[in-house]
Design a protein around this ligand. Sequence first.
Ligand code: APR
Length: 241
Amino acid sequence: MHKVMIISGAGLSAESGISTFRDSDGLWENYDVMTVCSTQGWMQDRQLVTDFYNARREDLEDKKPNAMHRALAALEEKYPDQIIHLTQNVDNLLEKAGAKEVLHLHGTLTDLRCEECHQTFYVGYRAQKEDEQCPHCGSYSVRHNVVMFGESAPMYQHIYRAIDESDLFIAIGTSGQVIDIVALVQEFEHSILVNPKQERHTTGFGDFEKNIDAYFEHFIQAKATDAVDEMLEYIEEHLGR
Ligand code: APR
């Protein structure tokens, strides 16, 4: 049975009004990404980071899924068990579009995580309370449920399983700076890249650059919402093989 592995990034939600990380020179809503996305920044100023995620969470409430979110949710429904969607995004727009099995590699904005028992709990769009208490173990040591640079990302284990099980790889709206989509795509005979930009890929030697799209079978150089029809055509053709 054919299976499709999808890795999506911030570009998937850009047209829904959620800022990407690197299109605005490393600023995420005017904060230096490394300040609010790293354990260093977290240790230096927990309140600043908590305020940042509270603002992101509240900002998410009125954001709507776009045509690509809806297409991906419909694909999951049409081909149950044949789509493995791993997203780097912490927003819930795929879920708002009806997707049920999205794997959030970097966590989720609408949940908090207990630093004692490490379990998460849903809070929706509200700010974390000063005296937020873990409903599972009662601890008051609670934080945002977003994976930061410098800490482990347990969900990455799903990447390796997906590579083994899938025969079509699709990367949508990601610069490849964190998840190395160039390393991943070389495991596949069939692949699709969706990005309006030609991102450069610097090999480990640093001096040799190639466009990421040169590694993909199909490159749809377009914004996510303009790439839906062409992408679906390739997928239907592949799954119908
Ligand atoms: N449609 C598709 N792609 C788009 C669009 C769009 N409308 N607009 C921008 N893009 C592309 C950009 O060209 C860029 O290649 O989306 C990509 C966004 O790249 P990043 O901002 O680096 O986001 P991402 O790849 O998801 O970052 C990965 O880095 O900061 C960490 O944990 C954070 O999950 C994040 C990870």
